[in-house]
Design a protein around this ligand. Structure first.
Ligand SMILES: Cc1cc2nc3c(=O)[nH]c(=O)nc-3n(C[C@H](O)[C@H](O)[C@H](O)COP(=O)(O)O)c2cc1C
Length: 209
């Protein structure tokens, strides 16, 4: 399985080569992979923001614990969860299902009711947490896709959420920053790419019943 070798190769890079850029085509491939990630009910309750503007990234670094990846990677991809997980969000999704699959919208009423029921059974904070979980699945898929392309990636949740929301104007868009992924190419100076990978021993991770 080629992907296993890719995953052994990848590492959460701290020092990127600021001069090496991911091509637009490869960046689009990474975004395509992120878009194809599964999500609960298929709702994808998040947005994916691609930041390449150096000025914006400098501001994000100020509220991102000064992490160098924020400015030095080729691109910074921010996953922001929807904060309004409501009937409107579900209706938009159902419209898309009907259009994409060419089915009568009325035939989806049962499914729509079920999804709305589960949303209403949770508090607003629980729905945002649920939306964030879905975003993380997309992060995982993007990270694996990057490894396949031998593009480096560093997932990052080390930032001020309020700070990212403010710099990117997310609150007024009904979004909140969840997790970011810096993508680019490792610098020779990065030590994490050379260190042995630390993972739980199999018997401490897997439970087979
Ligand atoms: C959700 C998430 C958030 C992370 N946040 C940061 C971060 O803010 N800064 C950082 O340098 N690494 C961050 N990491 C990288 C982890 O520290 C790294 O994945 C872990 O130590 C395992 O190492 P490896 O990915 O190189 O195998 C994050 C990873 C994940 C999955």
């Amino acid at each position: 399985m080629a992907l296993l070798e890719d995953l052994k190769w990848r590492a959460a890079i701290k020092i990127f080569d600021a001069d090496k850029k991911v091509s637009d085509e490869q960046l689009n491939d990474l975004l395509a992979a992120a878009r194809l990630a599964p999500s609960s009910g298929g709702l994808q309750p998040y947005r994916i923001i691609v930041v390449t503007d150096p000025a914006v990234r400098a501001k994000l670094r100020e509220v991102g614990y000064n992490q160098a990846q924020i400015t030095d990677a080729s691109a910074l991809i921010i996953f922001a969860a929807e904060t309004k997980v409501d009937e409107q969000l579900v209706a938009t999704f159902i419209d898309n299902v009907a259009t994409t699959r060419g089915v009568d919208r009325a035939s989806l009423a049962g499914f729509e009711g079920m999804v709305n029921g589960s949303i209403k059974s949770r508090t607003e904070a629980e729905n945002i947490a649920w939306a964030q979980k879905q975003a993380y699945i997309s992060v995982g898929v993007l990270t694996a896709a990057a490894a396949d392309l031998k593009i480096d990636a560093c997932s990052m949740e080390g930032f001020s959420v309020d700070g990212f929301n403010e710099v990117l104007g997310l609150t007024e868009k009904g979004l909140t920053a969840s997790v970011a992924v810096a993508v680019g190419y490792r610098s020779d100076a990065d030590v994490y790419s050379k260190a042995a990978k630390v993972r739980k021993p199999e018997d401490q991770l897997f439970i087979r019943i």
